[in-house]
Design a protein. Structure first.
Ligand code: XLS
Ligand code: NI
Ligand code: NI
Length: 437
């Protein structure tokens, strides 16, 4: 008996349905703005929170007790990894989402050496390849977990110990190879413990240079093996390190530019990380878009009161609508996707909680996306922007940008310039958005 055996594949039943395990708004095949909804939203399930996480928190141990978890599972580590894999693909069949994502450590047990871990990993990758062959599911991205095991406690690429840097490089190579083999569309690097706890023991300039070299090796290796997916860095300001080097989108762009990688690497932005950085999600998306490095999203948010990375499934349509509005303005999710890097609450024990969490999140995203699309098609916000900046359309304004301070000074002194404050109309624009969400 499988973990999800009593749950049938979800169907779209429309907004009036009272079936708890059905889609009310997400209709994968519905064509909107010239594309199937599935192809706009590009949903992905995160293997780690859904299958590897056991429901622990800093005050207590596992609550979930899945058949593949250590405490409750049968057989060897590899036996349990296979049971977990079967359960994962059973859930993918139920949800029918087009993508999933993994860290190496989510899918394979750690062995007692690098070579042993790699053997486990390759065995599981073979099994994943088989399962993917008979299904319509793709890998949105693969990544390496270089933050859980104690060897990574002082960082991976930024570790003071060159042996750890080496272990990290070899690990990322294997994860990139597997991602390439499974035809992954992106490869992600979230800077787990690439940061510091105290400057008393940290040579920041050296660590940043090492991180720059490491990322350059990632890009070189991508080209060497002919991986055509996008390399994505995922910003986060703190947690687990007190200070993470990839603080936010703007910080990451500065880093990429310093090491000459801004044409090679894009960003995977996560709503919860934006919140931790004191930003809105749309701020991060608009920043990345303005700098030409928008790539993909992790659509999981934090609790606004608790102050840590709670990784909740999205459940706020107006927020999601603004997120997709800015994504659509940036050209949509091209090779990126909407990954649910999200976990259940610790008390949500049941298989159907996991299905309902994803179904609800997909519905919230579909509603937000439709609202965003309606705003784009109506054009109200775009028209308001065009009007607000209309002064810059004049030849004089454009010429000014090409001139210099003295020329501008002369024009202002002559009395030709007379600034008149205008309303920013924020309430009217907020009311406008409210008509769509
Ligand atoms: C942690 C990150 C992580 C990345 C993948 O906060 O969100 O889950 O998405 O390593
Ligand atoms: Ni996160
Ligand atoms: Ni994430």
């Amino acid at each position: 008996m499988g973990f999800f055996d009593d749950i049938a594949p979800l169907r779209y039943e429309g907004p009036e349905s009272d079936n708890a395990l059905a889609f009310r708004h997400y209709n994968p095949d519905e064509v909107i703005a010239g594309k199937r909804m599935e192809d706009h939203l590009r949903f992905a399930v995160a293997y780690w929170h859904s299958f590897a996480w056991e429901g622990g928190d800093p005050f207590g141990g596992p609550t979930f007790q899945r058949p593949w978890h250590l405490q409750t599972g049968m057989g060897s580590d590899m036996d349990r990894a296979r049971v977990k894999l079967d359960a994962a693909f059973d859930m993918f069949d139920i949800l029918g989402q087009p993508y999933f994502c993994w860290h190496d450590a989510d899918i394979r047990p750690e062995g007692d050496s690098f070579a042993a871990s790699l053997r486990n990993f390759q065995t599981i990758i073979d099994l994943i390849e088989d399962k993917m062959a008979s299904r319509r599911i793709g890998l949105l991205w693969g990544t390496a977990n270089m933050f859980s095991h104690r060897r990574w406690m002082s960082g991976a690429a930024t570790n003071p110990d060159p042996d750890v840097f080496a272990y990290a490089a070899a690990t990322v190579k294997t994860c990139m190879d597997a991602t390439h083999r499974l035809r992954g569309e992106n490869y992600v690097l979230w800077g787990g413990r690439e940061g510091y706890e105290t400057l008393l023991n940290t040579d920041m300039a050296r660590e940043l240079d090492h991180l720059g070299r490491f990322l350059t090796m990632v890009v070189d290796y991508k080209h060497k093996i002919g991986f055509t997916g996008t390399i994505l860095v995922e910003p986060k300001p703190q947690e687990p390190s007190k200070h993470q080097y990839d603080f936010d989108a703007a910080t990451c762009f500065g880093f990429l530019q310093k090491y000459g990688l801004e044409g090679e690497v894009k960003l995977n932005l996560e709503q919860g990380h934006a919140i931790l950085a004191g930003h809105s999600f749309e701020h991060e998306i608009a920043t990345a878009a303005a700098l030409g490095v928008f790539g993909s999203i992790d659509m999981n948010r934090n609790d606004y009161q608790s102050g840590w990375d709670t990784d909740q499934f999205p459940n706020n349509v107006p927020e999601v609508a603004l997120t997709y509005y800015h994504i659509l303005r940036a050209g949509g999710l091209t090779s990126g996707g909407t990954n649910f890097d999200a976990k259940l609450r610790r008390q949500s024990l049941d298989a159907r909680d996991l299905i309902a969490a994803h179904a609800g999140a997909m519905d919230v995203c579909a509603r937000g996306f439709k609202a965003a699309l309606a705003m784009i098609e109506d054009g109200g916000l775009e028209a308001a922007l065009a009007d607000r900046y209309a002064g810059w359309d004049s030849p004089e304004a454009q010429a000014m940008l090409q001139s210099d301070f003295d020329t501008i000074f002369d024009r202002v002194l002559s009395g030709a310039v007379d600034p008149q404050p205008r309303s920013g109309a924020q309430e009217r624009l907020e009311n406008y958005v409210n008509r769509f969400v």
